[in-house]
Design a protein around this ligand. Structure first.
Ligand code: NAI
Ligand code: MG
Length: 480
């Protein structure tokens, strides 16, 4: 087993304490590698390296050169795509067909998109009423950013966060999730190879304690976090107390509505993918299905046919569609929800109560009907391949149900009626609305949530603005 080091100030170094932890392969439960476990000492070193780069070579670099480096990183991700996809599948249990087709190309696309931004970040000249005055704005980098990454899309979430931060001229300390550190560390190698000045990007592997130490560090100007709502609230409270800038991308329980006039084949295929993709471990999973009563049985039948054909298996097997869950902890959590749903009286239409894990953490695609609104499986984010489906009679009723969640990340509607589609797009409260589709994405399109799903947006111009601070400059033109 190899040991992987932290990446601080352009060098790979062990943790100051020498501590390590083991990352495992969720397809087998076997250990893959020992990884350095960063503590407060390493956090301090990384933040100080990021500060020095911010005050030094990185801020002096012309915007065009900054863009060129980010674009070179996109090229290097593409050039190393096979290795990154295999590492991602090995470490996180994500099917290799998905990491090849989606995670890695989408990460490269983020860097390519944000590589174009540095030369387009412009301030404004403001037509103020004060006579003989020039007033303009500069857009400056927020500063040293702490970026805490989840395990469900490890490389892609690192790219979502690094792209805009680097484009804005910030420097960064990244903390990948303890379940999936390997692609982040490989990305550190590519960042060094691309030629970014030392300290511009630092990578600290470790657990929640490492993340907390980073969020606590007074030298951090902005925290960007993706993960659970519980930790998001904790980080938001810390940021509030210190008035650190913060963006939070948290959980969801996203409603997916099928109207009676929908193209049912497309709606069934989209609803299936929407919830079971990545074994349900997606913040914007279509985990609450509402189908009109006139088509409900047909939709359920269609889903059951697909579920029967689902290929659940080892992540590195090219025929696998659903890999294992990421960890024993996640497996037990999802198992608990399935048990709970049955105990609360919901009807299990597909799947089973998983036993004790035997090697990998596999959970079959699971479908519940006869679900009451107050059941935990209907209210809480499960983050596993578990769908709850409910019929509805009127549009007003389904809008009330759909919006009756503490979350607000995404919502979808399947219909052939344009008017209904756009009326519902306005009435549903969520950061993203999917009409006759589920969860396409593009680096130019903002993504994020409302309420308990988070604060702020990632990707697009909105995502870039989250890393910029406008400064207003007033000039008295008559001063001699
Ligand atoms: P988590 O929120 O604990 O972990 C996410 C990241 O935050 C990891 O890098 C972790 O090391 C770090 N972290 C943990 N505690 C921290 C703290 N106190 N301060 C700073 N950083 C901290 O999520 P976990 O436990 O892995 O998963 C639990 C549930 O969270 C999942 O079942 C799912 O519902 C939700 N989740 C949502 C994600 C999303 O994409 N929105 C991603 C991952 C989890
Ligand atoms: Mg792992």
């Amino acid at each position: 087993m190899t040991t992987s080091d932290l990446f601080i100030d352009g060098r790979f170094v062990p943790a100051a304490t020498g501590r390590t932890f083991t990352t495992i392969d969720p397809s087998t439960g076997d250990p893959i590698a020992d990884v350095a476990h960063a503590g407060p000492h390493d956090v301090a070193a990384a933040v100080s390296a990021a500060r020095a780069a911010l005050d030094g070579p990185w801020s002096r670099m012309p915007a065009a050169e900054r863009g060129r480096l980010i674009t070179r990183l996109a090229d290097l991700v593409e050039a190393n795509a096979d290795e990154l996809a295999e590492l991602e599948s090995l470490d996180g249990g994500k099917p290799i067909r998905n990491t090849r087709a989606m995670d890695v190309p989408a990460a490269a696309a983020q860097f390519r998109y944000f590589g174009g931004w540095p030369t387009k970040i412009e301030g404004e000249t403001i037509p103020v009423a004060v006579p003989d005055t020039l007033c303009y704005t500069r857009k400056e980098p927020v500063g040293v950013c702490a970026q805490i990454i989840p395990w469900n899309f490890p490389l892609l979430m690192a790219a979502w966060k690094l792209g805009p931060a680097l484009a804005a001229g910030c420097t960064v300390v990244v903390k990948p999730a303890e379940q999936t550190p390997l692609t982040t560390l490989r990305l550190a190698g590519l960042i060094a190879e691309a030629g970014f000045p030392a300290g511009t990007v630092n990578m600290l592997t470790g657990d929640g304690g490492t993340g907390a130490a980073l969020a606590d560090h007074p030298g951090v100007d902005k925290i960007a976090f993706t993960g659970s709502t519980a930790v998001g609230r904790e980080i938001g409270a810390k940021a509030g107390a210190r008035l650190t800038r913060v963006t939070l991308e948290l959980g969801g329980k996203s409603p997916n509505i099928i109207l009676p006039d929908a193209d049912l084949d497309a709606a069934i295929a989209g609803s299936y993918q929407g919830v079971y993709f990545n074994s349900g471990q997606a913040c914007n999973a279509a985990s609450r299905l509402y189908a009109h009563r006139s088509v409900f049985d047909q939709v359920i039948e269609g889903l059951l046919v697909r579920i029967k054909e689902a290929r659940v298996g080892q992540a590195l097997d090219p025929s696998t569609e659903l890999g294992p869950l990421v960890s024993a902890g996640q497996y037990q959590r999802v198992r608990g929800y399935i048990r709970d749903g049955i105990a609360e009286g919901a009807r299990l239409r597909a799947g089973e109560v998983p036993g004790e894990p035997d090697g990998g953490f596999f959970v079959q695609p699971t479908l519940f009907t006869d679900v009451a609104p107050d059941m935990r499986i209907h209210r809480e984010e499960i983050f596993g391949p578990v769908l709850v489906a409910t019929p509805f009679d009127t549009v007003d009723e389904v809008v009330r149900q759909a919006n009756g969640s503490e979350y607000g990340l995404a919502a979808g509607v399947w219909t052939r009626n344009l008017g209904d589609a756009h009326t519902l797009a306005a009435r549903l409260s969520a950061g993203s609305i999917y009409l006759n589709t589920w969860a396409p994405g593009d680096p130019a399109a903002p993504f994020g949530g409302i309420r308990a799903s988070g604060i702020g947006r990632e990707m697009g111009r909105a995502g870039l603005d989250a890393y910029l601070e406008p400064k207003t400059v007033w000039t008295n033109l008559t001063s001699r």
